[in-house]
Design a protein around this ligand. Structure first.
Ligand code: URA
Ligand code: CA
Length: 443
């Protein structure tokens, strides 16, 4: 086989065989296929696409370029949840302890924030003392002992994805549905869990804002799961406005703790967390169906076991578990200022990614991978789409350590919220759930 022929075949719109995909990916990872040929291949895939079978082969081929985490020492069905990323998406911090409290082992590898989206590891590290770098053995032992661990990546998972993503980033080939599906699924499969719940975000703060495209991505990832014998369910959830009202690292931990205490019932973050939790309970075998699973999550909140599990998780990872009783033990910003509405009317829309950027300006996020972050800063939004607002009424509170940055963040926030005279339709929170029920296992 020669690389030229495989590129030509895809450029002409033909499907690649499993052998051709393996030849190309392995050659790229080992260095016999240079960046410029992979760049041409990525652009050919961007324009000509890949069918579901090719995408499944691409996924598994990428998985096998690195380590696959072996969780077999941990008894039980291991479940994982993956969000495609958003603003105020603190569901992992609510769910990891709740699902563990339901007796389902949670061996979770999370990521850091980049651009307008936050990352679970950064949020956890805002708790004094918490560490997220553990060896494989420490990771597995913690899950065996207390049922939950949330750490950064251990081992050399999917090196093909790191190398391909870096090239996609500079060749305008990130936003290709098959390339995204193979990227996400390869990393989730290499992480070694038995069942995967995907939270695919839709709307102005989502990686893929368009609902039609986001649905295609969700279906494709569920289909890949069927083809490679993994249990996968996808939910399409709204990111046309921030999910939680708190944005910023310490603030999001605070909101998660408050939800585990039984506060914020009925809010969007609460609703999405508990619905996802119901599915995780069902997929992990702790309930007969997702509806019972959700009831179980509610019970684990009201009897305090979710919050207790969160304290255990924090302590096991070197942090101060007392933060679950007193959130002020986390870093606090020096200044707190209310943003007042300049108009009367109804909140019609948010430029959600821009809200994430307002938090980034304050210091809560990073533009490049190595930027430092300030855990204490961020904002709490007081209004949602459909809410009525009076001129001069507080619509958000911003928390900062630098007055100039706070000014810029306020401007960014005011640009990102549209208030006018008409009452809008409120977007549905959960748009759809895509399961494998009607798909057969094919590989
Ligand atoms: N997230 C990923 O992990 N991979 C992509 O390609 C896009 C988003
Ligand atoms: Ca299909």
């Amino acid at each position: 086989m020669i690389p030229y022929d495989v590129i030509l075949k895809k450029r002409n719109g033909d499907s690649l065989s499993k052998e051709e995909i393996e030849f190309f990916i392995n050659g790229f990872v080992q260095g016999s296929i240079p960046d410029y040929q992979m760049a041409a291949m990525l652009m050919a895939i961007y324009f000509k696409g890949m069918n579901d079978e090719e995408t499944a082969h691409l996924t598994m081929c990428k998985v096998h370029t690195g380590d696959i985490v072996n969780l077999s020492e941990i008894p039980g069905v291991k479940v994982d949840k993956h969000s495609t990323g958003g603003v105020g998406d603190t569901t992992t911090l609510v769910l990891a302890p709740l699902v563990a409290a339901a007796g389902i082992p949670v061996a979770k590898m999370s990521g850091r924030g980049l651009g307008h989206t936050g990352g679970t590891l950064d949020k956890l590290e805002s708790i004094p003392g918490v560490k997220v770098d553990f060896s494989r053995e420490e990771f597995i032992n913690q899950v065996k002992k207390i049922g939950v661990a949330v750490i950064g990546q251990t081992g050399n998972l999917v090196p093909a994805d790191k190398k391909m993503y870096a090239l996609r980033d500079v060749t305008a080939t990130v936003d290709s549905i098959p390339l995204i599906a193979a990227s996400i699924m390869s990393k989730k499969i290499a992480a070694g869990t038995d069942a995967i719940l995907l939270d695919v975000k839709v709307g102005s703060g989502a990686f893929i804002p368009d609902p039609v495209e986001a649905r295609k991505l969700a279906k494709l990832m569920v289909d890949i799961g069927s083809r490679v014998n993994r249990k996968v369910t996808a939910m399409l959830t709204d990111m046309d406005q921030p999910l939680g009202s708190h944005i910023g690292n310490t603030l999001e931990v605070k909101e998660a703790i408050e939800i585990l205490r039984g506060e914020h019932a009925g809010t969007p973050l609460f609703e999405v967390s508990l619905t996802l939790g119901g599915y995780l309970a069902y997929m992990g075998g702790a309930s007969a169906n997702p509806t019972d699973g959700r009831k179980l999550m509610e019970k684990l909140i009201s009897d305090g076991s979710g919050l207790k599990k969160f304290a255990q998780l924090i302590e096991a990872q070197g942090g101060n578990p007392k933060v679950t009783e007193d959130v002020k033990l986390m870093p606090q910003a020096k200044h707190e200022v209310e943003i007042l509405s300049k108009k009367s009317g109804f909140v019609n829309s948010f430029k959600t990614a821009s809200i994430g950027m307002a938090a980034l300006i304050l210091g809560a996020g990073r533009l490049t991978k190595d930027d430092p972050i300030d855990p204490s800063v961020g904002l709490i939004i007081k209004k949602r789409i459909g809410d009525q607002v009076e001129r001069g009424e507080p619509i958000a509170t911003i928390y900062g350590n630098d007055e100039e940055k706070m000014k810029q963040a306020t401007e960014r926030f005011l640009e990102a919220i549209a208030i006018n005279g008409e009452k809008p339709n409120v977007p549905p929170l959960i748009l759809d759930t895509i399961t494998q029920d009607k798909l057969t296992m094919r590989l």
